[in-house]
Design a protein around this ligand. Structure first.
Ligand code: SME
Length: 159
């Protein structure tokens, strides 16, 4: 049984514990879908104020929906489109305080107000993106970005 209780004492401690829990969850497992599914669930259970947490995979140069928690979402996103497609095309983290001000933002859930998208890259290959959405404007801080980049590094070795 996995029973993680990660207290959000401060962001650094919380993300350190979250990274440790994620490392434990994916250790020894090579199935990418299983690892993304558990990662999405762990993030969803741990981070407050999210309305979506999950993955889009790079399938032949297009983002295709992967394991997630939250409402059903857009299935395919072209590189360069929306926040996720921009993260995929540029391989740069996208931390967007107000998604409605982001040109081409794809509104899968009208409740989303802010978004953090982390590209997952291994050996120069884009595997996909980790996408977090929040109903709160400006939900994601620099500490969230740094913490989620670390989660992405763990996942890059596990997908
Ligand atoms: N808002 C995203 C689309 C994916 S959903 O948020 C799950 C975007 O603009 O790329």
């Amino acid at each position: 049984m996995y029973d993680f209780k990660i207290a959000a004492a401060d962001a650094d401690t919380m993300y350190r514990d979250l990274a440790s829990a994620l490392g434990g969850l994916v250790a020894g497992e090579t199935d990418a879908i299983a690892n993304m599914a558990n990662a999405a669930a762990l993030i969803w259970e741990t981070l407050p104020d999210l309305n979506w947490a999950g993955f889009y995979r790079n399938v032949g140069g297009e983002l295709v929906l992967g394991p997630f928690q939250g409402r059903p979402a857009c299935i395919r996103i072209k590189f360069g489109e929306g926040v996720c497609g921009t993260a995929a095309a540029t391989r740069q983290v996208q931390r967007i305080d107000d998604v409605h001000a982001f040109p081409g933002h794809i509104a899968c859930d009208s409740a989303s107000a802010s978004e953090l998208v982390v590209p997952i890259v291994r050996d120069g290959e884009l595997l996909g993106v980790l996408d977090l959405d929040s109903p709160n404007p400006g939900r994601f801080s620099e500490a969230d970005e740094a913490g989620c980049v670390k989660l992405g590094e763990i996942l890059a070795r596990a997908l």
